[in-house]
Each structure stands twice: as C-alpha cells, then as structure tokens.
Write a protein that binds this ligand. Structure first.
Ligand SMILES: C[S@@+](CC[C@H](N)C(=O)[O-])C[C@H]1O[C@@H](n2cnc3c(N)ncnc32)[C@H](O)[C@@H]1O
Length: 266
C-alpha cells in the first residue's frame, strides 16, 4: 500500500463491504469490536441508551461518544465527518431538534445509501447525508456550529488538510469534538504497513502529540483532550503480523493504543 489514492480505495472497498454485509455488527474488518475475530476489541461504546439512538444506524464502528462532549445545543448546525450509517447524526439530531440541521459526510456509496434510508425511515428531514471526501469537504465556509467525528480521521491520509477543512467550514467561535485512535510509543513497521490493520483503524493512526500538533497547526484554540481510554490489543492481533521473536521484543516496550476525544475552538 503506497499512495493516498490506493489507501482511500481500500478504505472505501472495506467499508462498502461492511455496509453491504450487515446491519447487525458483524463487519469483516473495521474499527469496531467484532472485527475479524482477532482485530482490536473494546473500541466501540454502547450508544443504546442515548436519545435519538437508531439501532439500524449503529454498525459498531465507533471508538468514542463525541456527541457526549460536543456541547451541541438546540438549533445548531452539526457536521459529522465519516458518518457511516448515521449513528452519531441521529443522536445529534435529538439534541439540535427540529430547528437544527445535521450534515453527515462519507465517501463510501453504500454507507451514504444506508444512512439516507435510515433518515427516511426516521422521518428526519433536517438530517442530510452528503457524498464527499473529508479532505475536500462539500460544505460551505463558516457554516457549521459544531463538528463531530467518530473513529474516522485515522483513516484519512492527509490529516493536516483534514483539520484545515474542519477549520474552514466551522463558523468563527464554532468548535469540534472528535473521537479517534492515536498511539504512544513505537508501532512496529510490520503492523504499520499492513493494509488490513489500516482499515482496522490502527496503522493509519498517528502519535497522540503529532495529532494534537495538527489541530494546533490548523489554528484551533482551547484544545483539550476530553476523554482518553487505552485500547487493549489482543496478542492474536500481533501474531497476525509479527513473529514470536518480534512479539517478545514489542512486549518489552509496548505501544499504547488510545481512543481519545479531542476538542478545539475556531
Ligand atoms: C470506522 S467507520 C465510522 C463510521 C461512523 N462514524 C460510526 O461511528 O459508525 C469510518 C467511516 O469513515 C468513512 N471514511 C473514511 N475515510 C473517509 C474520507 N476520506 N472521506 C469521507 N469518508 C471517509 C468510511 O467510509 C466509513 O463510513
């Protein structure tokens, strides 16, 4: 896997398969808990008690609950990056109400189709799903009050461009709360270069400090990490990519894989 275009094709293909395959959390390879038997576990959170929760939109692909931290209010315009089947959008809709607006953006056709169908069934005419790439958002400048995203930016190759797009589309005074995967320490090259681990939200992740650096570089203020949770990686995942000798070496100084929810203001 070399170019950004190839990475994006792979991501689209895999998440297309996931959207096609299930509405009941049995994806082939993803950021969720039931991925591929031996992928990362305990990433996704329980949404079922949240107002606005729509089970058909929950494919178990998240790694946090950005809506819990996003300080949305009635009437806000909310943008969800990598909206999948619409899980966070429908929870956001319950907060912003009739007077608000929720826009989900995703570049996988099947996810957009699924999300639009879900919105139709729920009769939400102020939840809109737009096909598009997060690196080049189909959203006007200075038009969004709050941006959210759940376990997506690790999949986007150009994170500098991504945060500058978030900045461009937020209104002055607007803010974001984004849940994502980052790590601390050294991720072995064998894992970093594995296509499957990329789609599984691990190898596209960057160091936590690097991530926060991109946010700052884009111009955001009052940057805070609202939540941080370590993801325990099962040894079977390591066995997929490393020899026993390499695993023993990694264990001496294991990388910490983290789910974080980051906040920033424009
Ligand atoms: C791990 S899933 C998360 C879906 C959703 N946020 C959730 O929690 O259910 C990642 C989603 O991001 C989308 N995605 C990845 N890279 C993208 C990009 N560059 N532009 C738009 N969507 C992207 C994928 O198509 C997929 O639907």
């Amino acid at each position: 896997m070399t170019t950004n275009t190839q990475i994006k094709s792979l991501v689209k293909e895999k998440y297309g398969e996931i959207a096609d395959k299930n509405s009941n959390k049995e994806p082939a390879s993803c950021c969720g808990p039931s991925c591929n038997d031996n992928d990362v576990s305990i990433m996704s959170e329980d949404y079922s008690q949240l107002e606005g929760y729509a089970p058909e939109a929950d494919l178990g692909l998240g790694c946090g609950v950005p809506t819990e931290f996003a300080k949305m209010k009635e009437g806000d315009t909310v943008l969800d990056l990598g909206s999948g089947a619409g899980n966070d959008c429908f929870v956001a809709r319950a907060i912003v109400g009739e007077k608000g607006k929720v826009i989900g953006v995703d570049f996988t056709d099947q996810m957009i189709d699924k999300a639009r169908l879900n919105a139709e069934k729920l009769n939400h005419n102020n939840v809109e799903f737009r096909f598009g790439d997060i690196e080049d958002l189909p959203v006007n400048d200075n038009s969004v009050d709050v941006t959210i995203s759940n376990c997506v930016l690790n999949l986007v190759p150009d994170k500098v461009k991504t945060f500058s797009q978030i900045y461009r589309t937020l209104k002055p005074g607007g803010h974001f709360s984004i849940s994502d995967i980052v790590f601390e320490g050294v991720l072995p090259d064998e894992i970093r270069n594995a296509a499957e681990a990329y789609v599984g939200c691990i190898s596209g992740a960057v160091q936590k400090q690097e991530y926060l650096g991109y946010v700052k570089e884009a111009g955001f203020k009052n940057i805070t990490v609202q939540k941080e949770k370590e993801i325990k990686v099962d040894e079977t995942l390591l066995q997929k990519y490393l020899t026993q000798e390499q695993i023993d070496k990694v264990k001496q100084n294991p990388p910490r894989i983290l789910s974080i929810t980051v906040y920033g203001e424009k």
